[in-house]
Design a protein around this ligand. Structure first.
Ligand SMILES: NC(=O)c1ccc[n+]([C@@H]2O[C@H](COP(=O)([O-])OP(=O)(O)OC[C@H]3O[C@@H](n4cnc5c(N)ncnc54)[C@H](O)[C@@H]3O)[C@@H](O)[C@H]2O)c1
Length: 403
């Protein structure tokens, strides 16, 4: 069955992951790349009616100056793809760039932003009230939908991680959240974007640790509007390995005493995370997954470090040291190192999530997509953090959704 094209409105469209998603979709279309890395390209997804990744029309928002071409060239300077690939896909990149409009800065980022790096229209809209951010974002999505000539638009948050802020308990209710929105209370821009997307009837994916659609109010809105949503924080590297390995210790009844993880990264995401307020959101998600699998024992020592090492660029290295106790009280260790291109690992998962969110919407599902938990560090709608069980649930969903 051939499905009509689907629009993908990316928040943070000119970032590293955004550029890899753009290069990936146009490269899949031209046949330059195969589907390695896409979960939905393997069994049991072959018989599931999913939109073809080459049939996605990209666009979105960003707050930075510069072009998608600049971002793609930066990706090639990191050795992720050759400069010839960027040259060959240039026309498609420029076309996508024409559908990227200026976004809105999150309030704590206004002071940190370097005016010479920020788009002038973003700078000019620094102090617009939250309700205006929602309405302008809604209009931008509508305009994109018309320009891209698509019926369905999936909104994906790939913007820089925001400074961590707690979600007030009152935001579990839609009416209280909407009261705060109308009153101009401070609300993270990721949540304003999510609200605008869901209000516009668009499936929404939060690939970042930012708040996005996590408050209960947004889930209530999604259910009322008949819209599916998924998040938070893509599980691409160290946490993926952790949530695959931790169940092994649990299932062999080996007692983990300590799990110390250390991440070094040098890309723009790493730079953002070098600020303590921005780092806090990421650390919480990375540590939480392990405790959920192993049990939150007071004697279990876990810690995650993230350090910005500019020379590494997009190549993230994680070193994990696991100290555990076996029979006879014997103490042993396991260590692993993981070196991956963060953005090349993330991009195919973004395409998977777009395909699954569009399918969910077509199937009339709404609210948190718990079946997509395997893609996230802090999945919404389920407390399951064991990668194998999450994957099993996803495959069961795929079999049920098969034609
Ligand atoms: N790469 C991975 O493996 C991975 C895994 C999990 C989560 N993430 C998350 O995905 C996001 C993107 O990562 P990246 O490496 O592409 O980062 P990046 O810094 O290269 O790109 C982020 C983009 O977002 C833009 N942006 C910032 N604030 C914005 C706003 N308010 N509205 C619109 N655009 C805004 C920036 O200008 C930039 O172009 C980050 O939040 C990161 O933590 C990445």
């Amino acid at each position: 069955m051939s499905l009509p094209p689907v629009g993908v409105f990316i928040l943070g469209a000119r970032g590293s992951v955004g550029a890899c998603v753009a290069l990936g979709t146009s490269g899949l279309r031209s046949g330059r790349f195969d589907a390695t890395g896409l979960v939905t390209a393997r069994e049991p997804f072959a018989r599931v009616p999913l939109v073809d990744p080459s049939n996605l029309v990209l666009g979105g928002m960003d707050v930075r100056r510069g072009t998608l071409r600049d971002s793609a060239l930066a990706i090639s300077r990191q050795g992720i793809v050759g400069p010839d690939v960027v040259e060959a896909e240039m026309e498609s990149l420029e076309e996508i760039d024409g559908r990227i409009v200026p976004g809105f800065l999150d309030a704590p980022d206004v002071e940190l932003a370097q005016p010479e790096e920020v788009h002038p229209e973003t700078l000019a809209s620094r102090s617009v009230p939250p309700s205006e951010v929602v309405s302008r974002t809604g209009k931008a999505i509508e305009l994109f939908q018309a320009r891209a000539a698509v019926k369905t638009v999936v909104v994906v948050n790939l913007a820089s991680t925001e400074a961590a802020r707690p979600s007030p308990a009152r935001w579990s209710e839609l009416s209280s959240f909407e009261h705060d929105l109308a009153a101009g209370a401070p609300i993270p821009v990721s949540t304003l974007y999510a609200y605008a997307a869901i209000q516009a009837g668009c499936p929404y994916v939060n690939f970042t640790p930012s708040l996005g659609a996590s408050p209960g109010a947004l889930d209530a809105l999604a259910r009322a509007r008949g819209v599916p949503h998924a998040g938070c924080d893509g599980k691409t590297g160290e946490t993926l390995v952790k949530t695959a390995l931790a169940p092994m210790f649990r299932d062999r009844n080996l007692q983990v005493l300590a799990w110390e993880g250390y991440n070094l990264l040098g890309n723009a995401d790493g730079k953002t995370l070098s600020d303590p307020a921005h780092k806090a959101a990421k650390l919480l998600n990375k540590d939480e997954a392990l405790r959920r699998v192993l049990g939150d024992r007071p004697d279990l020592h876990t810690r995650v470090g993230i350090e910005y090492v500019p020379s590494l660029g997009d190549w993230k290295t994680a070193w994990d040291f696991i100290h555990f106790r076996g029979f006879l009280g014997t103490r042993m260790t396991l260590q692993f190192t993981w070196t991956g291109s963060d953005s090349a690992l993330a991009a195919p998962l973004v395409l998977d999530l777009v395909r699954l969110a569009e399918l969910s919407c077509r199937r009339g599902e709404s609210g948190a997509m718990a079946h997509a938990a395997a893609f996230f560090k802090s999945p919404l709608g389920t407390s399951e953090r064991d990668f194998h069980r999450q994957n099993q649930r996803l495959e069961e969903y795929a079999r049920a959704a098969s034609e």
